[in-house]
Ligand binder design. Structure first.
Ligand code: UD1
Length: 375
């Protein structure tokens, strides 16, 4: 044995983690905790600045204990091309400078694709967390982001069996696909007890099971004035029987101004809520109405009925095993499906396999094993 070998300790692995928009922050929280908890990793966090308001960004870092970003790219809003392009240009420079061993990206937002595109050209291996989800609807910007990010990633970490099948169908080598569970559910399980202690319901004058919770922000629902008006009319009718709490996404607030002349829907409208308040409201709602992706999974984990106001889902396990029902955005269907739940016909589900709070640990274990064996 040489002196060099006696003193050799494995060098630390450099991970660069990227987050840009609200749903990303919830997913990186357990990953950052896992990475920072291991002496074997040196990890840095990049915030692209796609979401920048206190309510859409800063409060999530505070509540979920996510470390301050090491780098903030400050890209802000813009068209898809502008937003993606700004992240791409800045990420390329950053990756050139830092040369990490792995780039970790989550979900399907513009920042996810842009950072991945910069990395693949510089031969930085990409770990995509929440890979393989497909709605089959290429008019959704997120669907394009998913397909392209998966095509260039080295590790594809999936949440459900359908995602594995989608990737195999697209020709991904099986050894790149790892079903590990769901990091968003890691975060939910870690924070549920804290959320339950909050006075969110009391402050809004609500009783457990005595209200519905609504979120709406997809361009397909909010960027068309007739559709938006019809949706609100149906929701207002429900609100007369069961109060609907409606935290309004900035895109939707802008659409209400642009398409409805600023005339607010007669619901319990609020600003975007913090993670813990929103979790408290979801956990005790009679039902949740949403066009979000993540909320379909969170309600399944909580066993709360969810009506998805879209024509498809990229998360089919929430329908086959969970509490989710796809209802589209036709007002009559929304009304009849809601009335079924109010009449006692609610859906009972079970928590999908591996949605157990340990997804981040599995992901970091696999990355560490593979990077070490390649060194
Ligand atoms: C993005 C993601 C979507 C995710 C959603 C959650 C893409 C393609 N879409 O959509 O997958 O479900 O985030 O929120 O990446 N705005 C603010 N303050 C903010 C952030 C945005 O006012 O902190 C405004 C911007 O002016 C913008 C609008 O909200 O015009 C929409 O933001 P944008 O980042 O374009 O996408 P989202 O619709 O939020």
């Amino acid at each position: 044995m040489t002196a060099d070998e006696t003193h050799a300790s494995p060098r630390s692995l450099n991970a660069l983690v990227v987050a840009g928009a609200r749903p990303n922050f919830i997913k990186i929280a357990p990953l950052m905790e896992e990475l920072r908890g291991r002496a074997s990793f040196h990890s840095r966090l990049v915030h692209t600045g796609q979401h920048y308001d206190r309510a859409m960004s800063e409060n999530f870092f505070r509540d979920l204990g996510i470390p301050e970003p090491d780098i903030n790219l400050g890209v802000g809003s813009g068209s898809h091309g502008e937003q993606t392009g700004r992240v791409l240009i800045q990420m390329e420079a950053l990756l050139e400078e830092q040369r990490p061993d792995v780039l970790v990206v989550v979900g399907d937002v513009n920042s996810t694709l842009a950072a991945s595109l910069a990395a693949v050209k510089l031969q930085v291996p990409i770990a995509h967390v929440e890979a393989g989800l497909r709605s089959g609807d290429r008019t959704m910007p997120e669907e394009i982001n998913r397909i392209l990010t998966d095509a260039i990633s080295t590790w594809l970490f999936t949440t459900e069996a359908d995602a594995d099948k989608n990737l195999l169908r697209e020709g991904v080598a099986p050894e790149r696909i790892h079903r590990v569970g769901n990091v968003m559910i890691d975060t939910l399980l870690r924070n549920l007890a804290r959320a339950r202690k909050l006075n969110t319901l009391e402050d809004l004058g609500l009783e457990p099971g005595g209200y519905a919770l609504l979120t709406l922000h997809r361009p397909s629902n909010v960027e068309n004035s007739e559709k938006l008006q019809a949706l609100f009319a149906a929701l207002e009718e429900i609100h007369r029987e069961l109060p609907i709490v409606f935290p309004v996404h900035p895109r939707t607030a802008a659409a209400i101004e642009a398409h409805l002349g600023g005339s607010q829907p007669a619901l319990r409208n609020t600003e975007p809520l913090d993670y813990l308040d929103f979790l408290r409201l979801m956990a005790d709602a009679k039902l949740v109405l949403t066009d979000s992706g993540g909320i379909q999974e969170e309600t399944t984990a909580l066993g709360v009925n969810c009506l998805t106001l879209r024509d498809n889902t990229e998360r089919p396990i929430t329908v086959t095993e969970g509490t989710n029902t796809i209802v589209g955005s036709h007002p009559d269907v929304i009304l009849s499906e809601t009335r079924k739940i109010l009449g006692g016909e609610s859906k009972t589900g079970r928590t999908p396999e591996l949605w157990d709070g340990a997804a981040a640990r599995r992901i970091v274990d696999i990355i560490e094993r593979d990077l070490r064996s390649a060194l």
